[in-house]
Ligand binder design. Structure first.
Ligand SMILES: Nc1ncnc2c1ncn2[C@@H]1O[C@H](COP(=O)(O)OP(=O)(O)O)[C@@H](O)[C@H]1O
Ligand SMILES: [Mg+2]
Length: 361
């Protein structure tokens, strides 16, 4: 099978050759752990092979994103960066950059997020929906004008994006549809995400096809760095944590190296592994039901109750209640199966239910 290089040979080796094309992946880790640098390696590797790359930046303005990697000596001239940084500071903008404030899409975005006028500085509330439209416009413009598809897309970061989006159920459903949208573009996508709340399993982690995680910790007074593959669908992978370093030549991962860690840290990694297995089990059921729900929509079957159960399953999964999540997901699955087999309408809601026999009409 063809693989897509991450641009870091050590990580490609851990992935058994690289990423599987046309799927969404998550790159996670704490601030300053190397997520953006890996994303840039990934895009630069594409450019080096003549593959167009597209990045949406929410964390740092585009000129800073490029400036941060000048030491690596890459030619990023052809990299398209869409600027979705909330415009609270007046960033110096470059001409190669599309400012969301100047695109037609700003009107679409107004309806979802909103553009505020505050003390003369325009604050832009960027929504997942707005970013999706922005990506879509750029993707199809490039396709029309240059007959060229973007093969590599980066969203840096979804964590920032979520902070500007509605909380709770809506954001889960929006992220789910955002990931589906990305899959449909048939580009290999890297989504940068932080785990802000360790108690919550963010939607993108269980809906992505794989996760590369960076670790950063203090050992005495030395900063240590490491990389691990947390999940990789459809391929075997190296499940050990490997030493990583960042220097003027970029990121280097030693795929044979061992990481010396204290017991506590190792135990946490062991726990994370167990948790991964549990969440994958639930995710497999959820993904199956999600596909079925799409089929049901195409058949014009009403599946609101299935979606409700599914949403409950996703909520429980986020809260790491795996048993409850699995129960809700299996419930959704059986309701859906019923619906698809019988193609029967859903049970009517109580308010319009026929009166019981003998009751008052
Ligand atoms: N040329 C360089 N040499 C050494 N370290 C670097 C170099 N460029 C960046 N770094 C380090 O990389 C880290 C930033 O990585 P970055 O990918 O921006 O993090 P984040 O995970 O927040 O996106 C910082 O800790 C910085 O010290
Ligand atoms: Mg970053």
């Amino acid at each position: 099978m063809d693989r897509v290089s991450t641009g870091v040979p050590g990580i490609d080796a851990m992935l058994g050759g690289g990423l599987i094309p046309a799927r969404p992946y998550v790159v996670s880790g704490p601030t300053g752990s190397g997520k953006t640098i890996l994303a840039m390696h990934f895009l630069a590797a594409g450019l080096a092979h003549g593959e167009a790359g597209l990045m949406v930046t929410l964390d740092e303005p585009p000129n800073e994103v490029k400036a941060n990697v000048t030491a690596f000596g890459w030619d990023l001239g052809r990299l398209k960066i869409l600027d979705a940084t909330p415009d609270v500071k007046a960033h110096k903008r470059q001409r190669s950059v599309i400012d969301v404030g100047t695109t037609l899409d700003v009107r679409d975005m107004e309806q979802v997020g909103e553009i505020r006028q505050s003390s003369g500085v325009r604050a832009l509330e960027v929504s997942i929906h707005g970013v999706q439209k922005m990506l879509k416009q750029e993707f199809f413009q490039r396709l029309e004008r240059n007959r060229e598809r973007y093969k590599r897309i980066v969203v840096d970061s979804l964590t920032a994006l979520k902070m500007f989006t509605m909380q709770g159920e809506d954001s889960r459903i929006m992220i789910q549809s955002f990931l589906r949208f990305l899959s449909e573009l048939e580009a290999t996508t890297v989504i940068v995400s932080e785990r802000l709340n360790p108690k919550i399993l963010e939607t993108e982690f269980f809906l992505s096809r794989g996760e590369i995680r960076f670790h950063k910790w203090l050992d005495g007074n030395v900063i240590r760095r490491a990389a691990s593959i947390e999940k990789f669908r459809g391929s075997s992978f190296d499940d050990r944590i490997r030493p990583m370093s960042i220097s003027n030549t970029g990121m280097i991962v030693d795929p044979q190296g061992a990481v010396a860690m204290t017991g506590g840290r190792l135990a946490r990694i062991g726990e994370a592994y167990l948790e991964q297995r549990l969440s994958e089990e639930v995710t497999t059921v959820i993904e199956g039901v999600l596909k079925g729900v799409e089929d049901a929509h195409r058949l014009h079957l009403s599946v609101a109750d299935v979606e409700h159960a599914l949403s409950r399953a996703m909520l429980q999964l986020q809260r790491r209640n795996y048993q409850k999540a699995l129960k809700a997901a299996l419930h959704a699955q059986s309701m859906l199966r019923d619906r698809l087999e019988k193609k029967s309408p859903p049970p009517p809601p109580p308010s319009v239910a026929p009166p019981p026999p003998g009751g008052k009409a």
